[in-house]
Design a protein around this ligand. Structure first.
Ligand SMILES: Cc1ncc(COP(=O)(O)O)c(C=O)c1O
Length: 387
């Protein structure tokens, strides 16, 4: 029998990390000590009170059956409570909040509720790859909005051709941003709302990194006047509470948008494990001191990494939020070449920013998901390179 993959899989863009992955394996086989700053996955553990809540909930047979599609009412109330405390926004937990199995799941399913074949989805470049890939899976066409250093990695909405804007159904925004670590500047979200209202475009805001900041806490897009008519926002417990493996988050915003996502999910999954939701309630309603402590740890690490690299002469973009840092390629090197040389000559794993889109050319991305000693060692090794 001949087995053929569907076109949507065969037509996926080339996997740009393949070369780096292969090099990583080769270097590991040689026994090289690699410092992996390529991954965006917290190395610190989930706070103990959250683990304890999971353990207790998992022992309760009441959590062992199918969960509700939209999430436990108490979870949705806890998420609404977080939105109120952190952003001053009130949401109706019945209609305006839905539990999701990690924000990736919700981001992936969202286009299926609103995108028809031929519709355009406006995606940041560089950007989290799920926005564009799942647009394609849903039959839509991604239109990439370049994020440039000189514009603070914000898209130029005025540069979108009128016919593209007319066909656009969704605009994805993500601040604090992966991979650039940029923040939305005052006035940007107002422009987004005006663009959305003018062109009947849904705004999907990905706020996965809301609690990872080193200066003023980043706002929610939904705080912007008019945003709640046009927008939905995706939140995650993954990075805030070191729960990437637990798979839980929420989406909130306009009731029709939340409801549409819910209709897709009802047909695809059966909700997040109730015990995980109970642990998530403990996270959202419990002591937030661990989150603040973690910010301090990331800040210290950022200072070691960025301070050290700047001193060594690298053009490093010190982030005000997120755990990502862009480092500009030394002259004459592409992002893939720079990342390859960091790997083979310094044993430092970096991610070429081109893995997030062509406009990422010019940078590699490092994370601070390693302790200060390892980051200092990475800086030392990079400082010795002759690039
Ligand atoms: C920008 C962005 N959004 C969403 C996610 C998904 O996070 P999760 O599914 O763990 O909530 C990630 C994960 O790295 C991300 O970088």
């Amino acid at each position: 029998m001949k087995i053929e993959l569907a076109n949507r899989i065969r037509e996926l863009p080339p996997y740009l990390f393949a070369r780096i992955d292969a090099l990583k394996n080769e270097e590991r086989k040689k026994g090289k000590d690699l410092i992996d700053l390529g991954i965006g996955d917290p190395d610190l553990p989930t706070p103990p009170h959250i683990v304890a809540a999971l353990a207790e909930a998992a022992r309760d047979p009441g959590t062992h059956r199918y969960p509700s599609y939209v999430g436990m009412e108490d979870f949705r109330k806890a998420a609404a409570g977080f939105m109120k405390t952190r952003f001053g926004l009130s949401f109706d937990p019945q209609k305006e909040v839905i539990c999701v199995i990690g924000s990736k799941e919700a981001i992936a399913h969202f286009p299926f509720a609103f995108v028809n074949p031929g519709d355009v989805v406006l995606c940041p470049d560089p950007g989290y790859p799920v926005y564009a890939t799942l647009t394609r899976f849903a039959g839509g066409e991604p239109y990439f909005l370049p994020l440039r250093r000189e514009s603070g990695f914000l898209p130029d909405l005025d540069a979108i051709p009128a016919d593209v804007a007319r066909r656009a159904k969704i605009l994805w925004i993500n601040y604090p941003n992966n991979p650039t670590a940029a923040l939305a500047v005052p006035g940007f979200y107002e422009k987004v709302v005006a663009f959305a209202q003018k062109n009947d475009v849904i705004v999907a805001s990905d706020l996965a990194y809301s609690e990872m900041y080193y200066e003023a806490p980043p706002p929610s897009f939904l705080e912007t006047p008019g945003a709640r008519e046009v927008g939905i926002e995706f939140h995650s417990l993954s990075k805030t509470y070191n729960m990437t493996g637990w798979r839980v988050g929420w989406a909130c915003g306009n009731a029709t948008l939340v409801g549409g996502l819910g209709q897709v999910k009802t047909n695809v999954d059966s909700g997040a494990f109730d015990a995980v939701q109970r642990a998530a309630i403990a996270a959202l309603t419990g002591d937030q001191a661990p989150v603040a402590r973690q910010r301090e740890i990331y800040r210290e690490r950022r200072d070691v990494l960025c301070g050290g690299l700047a001193k060594a002469g690298f053009d490093v973009l010190t982030p005000k939020a997120s755990f990502y840092t862009l480092v500009a390629n030394p002259k004459g090197l592409t992002s893939i070449e720079f990342a390859s040389r960091l790997l083979t000559e310094a044993g430092v794993v970096a991610t070429p920013a081109t893995g997030f889109g062509a406009a990422g050319e010019g940078f590699v991305r490092l994370t601070v998901c390693a302790d200060k000693a390892r980051l200092a060692e990475a800086v030392d090794r990079m400082a010795k390179l002759k690039l």
